[in-house]
Write a protein that binds this ligand. Structure first.
Ligand code: NAG
Ligand code: NAG
Ligand code: NAG
Ligand code: NAG
Ligand code: NAG
Length: 344
């Protein structure tokens, strides 16, 4: 060996660990008691320590793509009374950007219409975060939209692609805290065509528990190239594969599962892919996913055909404006393709 190890240097790692431990203690206690002030505009990125295992001072730091969690995000817009008088059969949670009032209006008039399944109670809510640039200007606009429709949920996290997991968890939190007597929860993106009538009659009746369905991905893994929008760094998720999960554009959970996903998410490191993260929660819970009938959830855009769409739950890559255009044709064709096969 060319160099001699100074015994005093050996003490350094232990000292560093002690300092980190003390720092951690110092950080933890105030966080528990202080109600975190809303950060409008949100504070710049800060490294955030994940809770370290007891007695372990080598706590990992948070990668910038890892959504900060758990964190007491505040509801800026909430609907805590919606389930006091009724127990919805299906809570439809639609992820939209806060600036997207136009898209939400199209959805309200088409697949997001709460009366779209006769005799079945549907509750529609939109999931919003804070616009990274225009949050202040959009505040009053959203207040007004919410006063008119009463269907916005918003928390004070930055609404970015890599924070979508926080949006989904906000929806699961809402169901768990304010609507525990719902039967099912569906999470949908804005760029889909949905056929809730078919979903309810073909897949959801009679009511089930411990049920999860959608377009199932199996044995896929994180993309490790920074060039992708779907890049997941090793530090955020080290395994080469994800547990089975449902594609994000549209998936359904029985409401008991939605509450359990929210609960277990408090204990797991988040990843920046919301759909794969729900799969990770299900894996931790030991809850399996159920394959849907072939073609029921189409991740690829398919051309509009009345009888094909009558037997689809979800078709991806339709803008709300396109759906608004084809909706009257879809409604008009209803009945001409039936009877659709009903699950026994
Ligand atoms: C501390 O945590 C690291 C990483 O999680 C682990 O590899 C190590 O064994 C732990 N050390 C102790 C003393 O628990
Ligand atoms: C649903 O649950 C809420 C909260 O627990 C409760 O207040 C409400 O009465 C329930 N509604 C129905 C229709 O059961
Ligand atoms: C929702 O559907 C019902 C029943 O078809 C209809 O009367 C109502 O106008 C629709 N609402 C919207 C916002 O389109
Ligand atoms: C996610 O939201 C948090 C809280 O607003 C913010 O600090 C963080 O920068 C956001 N992350 C990304 C990748 O946008
Ligand atoms: C990651 O891999 C480890 C080791 O094979 C395994 O125990 C764990 O369940 C995996 N986690 C997930 C979320 O698949």
């Amino acid at each position: 060996m060319k160099w001699q190890l100074n015994p005093r240097l050996l003490a350094l790692p232990a000292l560093a660990a002690l300092v980190a431990l003390v720092g951690l203690r110092w950080r933890q206690s105030p966080e528990e008691s202080i109600t975190v002030a809303p950060s409008l505009p949100p504070a710049a990125f800060q490294w955030h320590r994940l809770p370290a295992p007891a007695g372990n001072a080598t706590a990992p730091t948070r990668h910038p793509l890892q959504p900060p969690y758990p964190h007491p995000y505040r509801f800026l817009l909430n609907q805590p009374h919606k389930c006091r008088e009724r127990a919805p059969f299906l809570v439809l949670l639609v992820a939209t950007g806060s600036e997207d009032t136009g898209g939400r209006n199209c959805i309200r008039h088409t697949w997001g219409n709460e009366s779209s399944v006769p005799g079945v109670s549907i509750l529609r809510l939109f999931l919003l975060g804070l616009h990274p640039v225009f949050a202040d200007a959009l505040g009053p606009v959203l207040q007004e939209e919410n006063a008119e429709h009463g269907d916005l949920l918003q928390q004070d996290f930055l609404d970015t692609y890599n924070n979508l997991t926080l949006k989904t968890l906000m929806g699961m939190e809402w169901v768990s805290k304010h609507c525990p007597n719902a039967t099912y929860v569906m999470k949908a993106d804005r760029d889909v065509f949905l056929n809730l009538d078919y979903l309810v009659r073909r897949l959801l009746l009679p009511p089930k528990t411990a049920f999860v369905t959608g377009y199932i991905y199996r044995k896929t893994g994180p993309l490790r190239s920074k060039a992708y929008k779907w890049y997941v760094p090793y530090e955020v998720y080290p395994n080469a594969t994800y547990p089975p999960y449902c594609g994000g554009p549209g998936y359904v959970l029985s409401a008991d599962v939605a509450s359990k996903v929210y609960a277990v998410a408090q204990t797991l490191p988040l990843i920046n892919m919301e759909d794969a993260f729900v799969g990770i929660c299900l894996h931790a819970l030991g809850i399996g996913v159920t394959d849907s009938p072939w073609g029921a959830f189409s991740m690829a855009r398919i051309r509009y055909e009345p009888c094909r769409f009558a037997r689809a739950v979800m078709v991806h890559r339709y803008s709300p404006q396109e759906v608004l255009e084809l909706w009257p044709r879809f409604q008009g064709a209803k009945g001409t393709c039936e009877p659709s096969p009903v699950q026994g």
